[in-house]
Design a protein around this ligand. Structure first.
Ligand code: COA
Length: 170
């Protein structure tokens, strides 16, 4: 497995991740296809500029055109405070093989090694078993429950945080 920056050519993977009712079950339901080309273009520009880390998961280096999902770290403003957040998605045919956990761990190791992003927060829906499993097993600390906005929806979530330099499980 390796991670690479998203490019404008990743529209198909975005549509499969973000416009699918099963993939988006815990994220408030599928998003419209209409905005996806623009969303990928904006994400690719941010990744190329280094303002956000938006990575596609390539499961097999022998077939670099096959993408299994993505993992991202970005910063946003929360009541005047900068907050770093991580999120991840793995397509159905690649789920349940440890890829989500490995990809998330790989990006957190990069954050630790480059000493970037500070504490990193994650907000999986309370009902999202695998995502909460990723947080628990990588060494995130559970701060409590919180309602978060995602793409204009409100998701009842767990609030996890990790300090990669000290918390990342071996
Ligand atoms: C969440 C998601 C990324 C998980 O990806 P994955 O590659 O299937 O996950 P993994 O195989 O790495 O498993 C992650 C952990 O969850 C555990 N797990 C798997 N299914 C589980 C379930 N139903 N309930 C509880 N834990 C579960 C695994 O055992 C593993 O824990 P471990 O590391 O302690 O063994 C994937 O299901 C997904 O993309 N779902 C749809 C989109 C989404 O919800 N994204 C996350 C938004 S926060």
């Amino acid at each position: 497995m390796y991670l690479r920056d998203v490019t404008p050519d990743d529209v198909d993977a975005y549509v499969r991740m973000r416009c699918d009712p099963v993939m988006m079950k815990d994220l408030g339901g599928p998003l419209p296809r209409d905005g996806m080309r623009d969303k990928v273009r904006r994400d690719a520009a941010e990744a190329a500029a280094g303002t956000s880390w938006i990575k596609m998961i390539v499961p097999d280096p022998g077939t670099p055109e096959v993408v299994a999902g993505n993992v991202c770290i970005w910063a946003h403003d929360e009541g005047g405070e900068p907050v770093s957040e991580i999120g991840w998605m793995v397509l159905p045919e690649f789920q349940g093989r440890g890829l989500g956990r490995l990809a998330t761990r790989t990006l957190l190791e990069q954050a630790r090694d480059e000493d970037r992003w500070g504490d990193i927060h994650a907000f999986p829906a309370t009902a999202n078993g695998p995502s909460n499993g990723i947080c628990r097993s990588l060494g995130f600390r559970l701060l409590g429950e919180i309602d978060v906005d995602f793409a204009d929806r409100v998701i009842h979530s767990n609030h996890w945080v990790i300090t990669p330099a000290s918390d990342l499980a071996p």
